[in-house]
Ligand binder design. Structure first.
Ligand SMILES: [Zn+2]
Length: 67
């Protein structure tokens, strides 16, 4: 899960905006802003549940692919 700079904008899994910089989580993309927010969000913060939910979409896709 390395940082990278894409040559084209990709839709962020969390905020669903198109961004150039971010990380890849499985087949999905998380922009730098969201990644930073996830890192800085406490696990007992209600916002964290939203992030987990959004990231769960990526995990679901991955599991379907491996099945
Ligand atoms: Zn984002």
């Amino acid at each position: 899960m390395g940082k990278y700079q894409s040559s084209r904008a990709e839709a962020c899994l969390i905020c669903e905006e198109y961004k150039l910089e971010g990380i890849h989580l499985f087949e999905s993309f998380i922009c730098m802003d969201c990644e930073r927010e996830i890192v800085n969000t406490k696990t007992n913060d209600p916002k964290y549940r939203f992030f987990v939910h959004q990231m769960g979409k990526a995990r679901t896709l991955q599991e379907r692919r491996q099945a």
